[in-house]
Write a protein that binds this ligand. Structure first.
Ligand SMILES: [Zn+2]
Length: 162
């Protein structure tokens, strides 16, 4: 068992896993993704969920858009998110500097003005790391774990909206 003393908690409230805090898992994902075009499909979900579970590490002006993107993903699925992200990249290439295109996201719940509602039901330091990999048991299993983290993130933030 990993050290589960209260002093060793991540700032989201989770108990660190064998790799360390969520930040250690996050950086392991980003490193593994770079060589894995299948795993990188979940990149936007990973980034949004990580920052919303650790909002002090994000940019305040982007967190609302990231919260809505997670809701969009849970509502419409990964393929729809990837199409929206591709559109976003093309838009930014044309010189728009306003951050996320909010038009498809307007229907979703805005981020409550609050400190983090963690600990979350599912988080990054709960991910299994085997044989030096976060996708040792395949992409569908990885994808469903990332979806659980995204759902837990949205669920906890939504409890603050009343
Ligand atoms: Zn954490």
């Amino acid at each position: 068992m990993a050290d589960s003393s209260r002093a060793g908690r991540c700032d989201c409230g989770a108990t660190p896993g064998p790799l360390g805090e969520c930040a250690d898992y996050y950086h392991a994902i980003l490193a593994e993704e770079q060589a894995d075009p299948e795993m990188v499909r979940w990149h936007t979900v990973v980034v949004c969920a990580y920052l919303l579970q650790h909002p002090a590490r994000g940019h305040e002006k982007h967190l609302d858009g990231q919260f809505r993107l997670l809701q969009f993903y849970l509502d419409k699925g990964l393929d729809a998110l990837l199409r929206a992200a591709a559109h976003q990249v093309a838009r930014n290439r044309r010189g728009s500097r306003s951050g996320y295109d909010m038009a498809p996201l307007e229907a979703y719940t805005p981020l409550p003005q609050s400190v983090s509602p963690g600990p979350f039901r599912a988080g990054f330091c709960g991910l299994p790391f085997r044989d030096g990999s976060l996708v040792a048991d395949g992409y569908p299993a990885y994808g469903s774990r990332i979806e659980s983290i995204a759902a837990a993130t949205v669920e906890s933030w939504r409890t603050l909206t009343g």
